[in-house]
Design a protein around this ligand. Structure first.
Ligand SMILES: *Cc1c(COP(=O)(O)O)cnc(C)c1O
Length: 427
């Protein structure tokens, strides 16, 4: 074993098991590299086409009129995702805000929102009004319908057909499973459901919550008919450099509605100072395809390490990936805690901190979170969390470089091993 791992207190047998696992994943990693190639070139092409120049990297203050960096960045996003227009802003505070903005700006009283793929992400419940909240869509007279997936997680086409009516204005599709146990959808599956919806009602706006999905495949939901795709810049497309922000890419009219709602009717995209973040947003987007590839390799590595030990992993060790999230089910509190403490101990920031379960607002049980990130809350950086309740599942994601994710997973396994919570399986 290379001595450097000894500096991290990794034992020989743990290292050997992990190395053998990585050895066995060569072909899968090559496939991920090919996807990264295509997405990297897509980004470079879009930057060249729009003449990104040094002047684009500096920002504005005050109203932010004539912010060429911001304007060119939005054109680059639109070209990368093959959409008519884009809104990419620091003033969009997070993914939930971007989704709420896309919905609230494109729905009017009397309209109906439909989710044909079951319950949306937790934080959207208050946006929609599934859970009562001030200023929800429900409060403004927008109704909501939901068609759950069938027991085998397939689309309930008959149910969707019946749910679409004259009021249906937007259909919202969440690409990533988030904290649910269903599989994440491939872009092809998303395309299938969009075609079906449009065959019933052609003018419905199809919006995709693209969080955690960007650059995991060679095409995006906007390539298969989505009218809007929405996400967070402290996840995939920010490449770890974006310090904040969110994006909406899509049809011109949808983006104009969103811009008028974000700033003000009449002002729209014309205002919004970018301060000093243009450089990081450009460079982060540039790095993103390879960062996403590193995170994917880490997720696959972890799935293989833990599946072999008998733990439940979603996605499993061999499945194709449509997002960067990996769930590991431990069915045991101590194992879950050991995993998170190992991830934390491998971090470049706050490695000396030992995460412990804690009560968090909005959760009905204690939660444990491991994160040693340069950008607060960034989940394109290596991070893990989960509620301390059966089945004791940890959701982990991210990792800017593969050597770091690899160390994180090895360290998590070492921590379980030292506490006699896992045995090293035969290879
Ligand atoms: C993270 C996430 C969100 C919300 O994003 P925040 O930035 O945490 O507000 C919405 N949907 C999905 C699928 C996500 O992963």
């Amino acid at each position: 074993m290379n001595n450097i791992y000894k500096d991290f207190a990794i034992s020989d047998e743990v290292f050997e098991y992990c190395e053998k696992t990585i050895e066995s994943l060569k072909e899968r990693f090559e496939k991920i590299d090919r996807t990264a190639d295509i997405n990297q070139l897509k980004v470079i092409k879009a930057m060249q086409k729009n003449n990104v120049s040094e002047a684009c990297l500096i920002g504005t203050t005050g109203y932010g009129y004539n912010d060429i960096g911001r304007e060119v960045l939005e054109k680059v996003y639109a070209d990368v995702f093959h959409t008519e227009d884009a809104l990419v802003r620091a003033q969009i505070t997070c993914g939930t805000h971007a989704l709420a903005l896309a919905l609230m700006s494109n729905l009017r009283p009397g309209d109906e929102l439909l989710s044909p793929v079951g319950k949306p992400y937790d934080t959207l419940e208050e946006v929609i009004g599934i859970r009562e909240s001030k200023g929800s869509l429900k409060e403004y007279g927008v109704t909501y319908r939901q068609v759950d997936l069938k027991d085998d997680h397939s689309f309930d086409f008959e149910g969707i057909r019946n749910a679409i009516n004259e009021k249906t204005k937007i259909v919202t599709i969440q690409r990533s499973k988030g904290y649910q146990t269903r599989p994440s959808f491939s872009v092809a599956e998303i395309g299938e459901i969009i075609s079906f919806v449009k065959s019933i009602k052609s003018d419905v706006i199809c919006m995709v919550d693209n969080c955690y999905g960007e650059f995991t495949e060679e095409i995006e939901p906007s390539d298969v008919g989505a009218d809007m795709i929405v996400g967070s810049l402290i996840k995939n497309p920010g490449g770890g450099l974006a310090p904040m922000g969110g994006y909406i890419c899509g049809k011109k009219e949808c983006i104009e509605n969103a811009a008028y709602r974000l700033t003000s009717p009449g002002l729209g995209k014309e205002v919004g100072a970018s301060l000093n973040i243009n450089r990081d947003l450009f460079q982060g987007l540039f790095l993103s395809p390879c960062v996403v590839a590193n995170a994917l390799k880490g997720a696959i590595f972890a799935a293989n390490i833990y599946e072999k030990c008998g733990f439940g992993v979603i996605p499993d060790s061999t499945e194709d990936r449509h997002d960067i999230i990996q769930a590991v089910t431990f069915n045991d509190k101590d194992k879950m805690i050991a995993f998170c403490q190992g991830i934390q101990a491998a971090s470049p920031v706050d490695s000396f901190v030992k995460p412990e379960p804690w009560a968090m607002p909005g959760y009905d049980s204690d939660v444990i979170m491991a994160a040693g990130a340069f950008i607060s809350g960034s989940s394109i950086e290596l991070s893990a969390d989960g509620p301390i309740k059966p089945p004791y599942s940890v959701y982990f994601q991210g990792g800017l470089t593969f050597p770091h994710v690899k160390l994180g997973i090895i360290k998590s396994f070492q921590t379980l091993y030292e506490r006699n919570l896992v045995e090293i399986p035969e290879f």
